[in-house]
Design a protein around this ligand. Structure first.
Ligand code: AMP
Ligand code: MN
Ligand code: MN
Ligand code: MN
Length: 289
């Protein structure tokens, strides 16, 4: 009997992943994943296809989303798990975020034009796989395709990242509001890849204090964004704050992503896994959808 494999963070073509939900399901099964949370950015439209594709297989889909939020004028991502994707309050909020993404996309294209790169909106749109959702990943893929940069990471380092010429402010919902929204949709709130935010220790403690105070449930300890040292640090923080622990590959694409679906270490002893919050196996298996 091998250990149950959980991967609680990945992206499909419903946001900035390049595999359809069905292809993601097939890959997860092939890689021995037992529970896969599909957590597209600000959109849940991939879930229905994932449930269809996984029906009758060894894989269970967990309904999720990755919310873009603002904390102290920075973007912080909060993953929702075990949620009711049909929640009208959730869907209304997601629609508003996607509108903000569209407006930001126009501003990014204008900024790139000022930096001498024309046609970026049309160019990025060629990589968009869900008409309702445009992401910086799509701009990055355009910049790579047009050979302005040699890879996706470089596109952020040179143009799209914080402080770079095509970085424009994002108008996302407040961090604490987003946690409340996930709870309102029956889900749990997980702080995504905390090691990725360039915060001092003091600011990180403030973020974690705020997350606890607004009812945040879990933090990701294992993520491709984390060095082994950062994973250790967030394991300690999870223990200290009493957060449940989550883990996810944040998989986007077979070529771009260096951690494949399910390729995560088991949670260390002494941490309570986030899936312990899901008491009803029926819901875990997507009985809501
Ligand atoms: P957005 O939510 O549209 O601002 O885009 C954020 C997405 O861009 C993330 O979810 C990643 O997929 C990708 N991303 C952000 N920063 C980087 C980076 N430094 N290198 C590669 N991909 C990145
Ligand atoms: Mn992404
Ligand atoms: Mn993220
Ligand atoms: Mn992600």
């Amino acid at each position: 009997m091998t250990a149950t494999v959980y991967d609680l963070h990945c992206h499909s073509t419903a946001s900035d992943g390049t595999l359809t939900p069905s292809a993601l399901v097939a890959r997860a099964i092939q890689r021995g994943v037992d529970y896969l949370a599909i957590t597209d950015h600000d959109d849940t439209s991939g879930l229905a296809e994932a449930h269809q594709a996984s029906a009758g297989t060894s894989l269970s889909i967990i309904d999720g989303v990755e919310l873009s939020t603002v904390w102290e004028r920075r973007t912080v991502h909060v993953v929702g798990l075990f949620l009711d994707a049909a929640s009208p309050v959730l869907q209304e909020a997601l629609t508003a975020v996607r509108t903000a993404r569209r407006q930001r996309g126009e501003a990014i294209a204008e900024a790139l034009a000022r930096a001498g790169i024309g046609g970026a909106l049309e160019g990025a749109r060629r990589f968009v796989t869900n008409e309702a959702l445009i992401s910086r990943s799509h701009f990055a893929r355009f910049l790579v395709e047009q050979k302005h940069v040699s890879g996706k990471q470089k596109a952020f380092d040179r143009y799209l990242g914080q402080g770079k010429p095509a970085h424009v402010p994002s108008h996302w919902p407040a961090f604490s509001e987003s946690v409340a929204l996930l709870h309102a949709a029956g889900g749990v709130a997980v702080l995504a890849h905390p090691g990725r935010y360039p915060l001092t220790d003091t600011a990180m403690r403030r973020l974690l204090d705020d997350f606890r105070d607004c009812g945040g449930n879990a933090i990701e300890v294992f993520s491709p964004s984390h060095t082994p040292q950062q994973s250790e640090r967030f394991i300690e923080y999870a223990r200290f704050y009493g957060f449940k622990a989550s883990l996810g590959s944040d998989f986007h694409d077979p070529e771009e992503s260096h951690i494949d679906l399910g390729a995560l270490p088991p949670l260390p002893p002494g941490l309570t896994p986030v899936w312990s919050l899901q008491e009803h196996a029926g819901i875990m298996r997507g009985a809501w959808t």
